[in-house]
Design a protein around this ligand. Sequence first.
Ligand SMILES: Nc1ncnc2c1ncn2[C@@H]1O[C@H](COP(=O)(O)OP(=O)(O)OP(=O)(O)O)[C@@H](O)[C@H]1O
Length: 282
Amino acid sequence: MASAIQVQNLNKTFGSKQVLFNMELDVPKGAMVALIGASGSGKSTLLRHLSGLASADRTNGGTIHALGQQIQGNGHLSHDVRRIRSDIGYIFQQFNLVGRLNVLQNVLLGCLGRMSRLRGTLGLFNAEEKERALHALERVGLLEHAYRRASTLSGGQQQRVAIARTLCQQAEIILADEPIASLDPESARNVMDALADINKKDGKTVIVTLHQVDYAVKYCKHAVALKNGKKHFDGPISGLTNHFLNDLYGSELGTNLLFSDHQEAKEELHEPMLKQVERKVA
Ligand SMILES: Nc1ncnc2c1ncn2[C@@H]1O[C@H](COP(=O)(O)OP(=O)(O)OP(=O)(O)O)[C@@H](O)[C@H]1O
């Protein structure tokens, strides 16, 4: 299957501290991937590199391609990174909406990457773009709030506006960096439902960093786990065995582990695991 994201030999060093090591990653188009790992393992740093928000080491930094186009190589962003980025939607933990604008205006900001600078600067959105933005809001269940000031929405609603913005952007790849970390369980579920819906119905590729393994199991078929800046696992979600998670999270174990029955997760245990998750997350 064609790749949405390809990472080859990515290395990143901050000062004297290397935080990503020889990272290799190939995410097929249409996948929904959970990126997991203990705090400080490098999840956010990797995600920022995938979208060209950060550049790798100048020496032996590796390459990153998005939809077959090189976004960076050896620490140099490609000259047309802005155009490539228009295919990549980015969702932040803290929503990153413009609070004083209304919800619809925030969603329309997703169109800016594909507009001429002049039209964008003047905020001259055309009828097709406005219709697309309204449709995106309908998709995430927030159409009735289109004309509310964004800052008056709840955190979960704001995150769904951010998702609608990526729809309006017509992004093919959605990178979500801990999108539910600051949300209550119901809001978290709504946000993950919206991402899963877009993945399933629109075929968008979603890579989502998650601290809660239960949400990863419930929503993603595939997981990539980082440990100390290295890829530690890359495979079906059923591979996240209790033993593996103990090893991955170490001292964070109490807050992150889901499976308490000490059974090794096998492919055929996937469905029962999901049921357990559903009960836990309900
Ligand atoms: N701008 C920066 N300058 C220096 N060090 C950084 C910078 N950004 C990240 N780091 C370091 O890189 C390592 C990986 O951080 P990163 O935020 O990617 O981890 P994470 O897995 O996303 O953690 P968390 O789950 O807590 O968000 C950490 O040691 C962090 O301190």
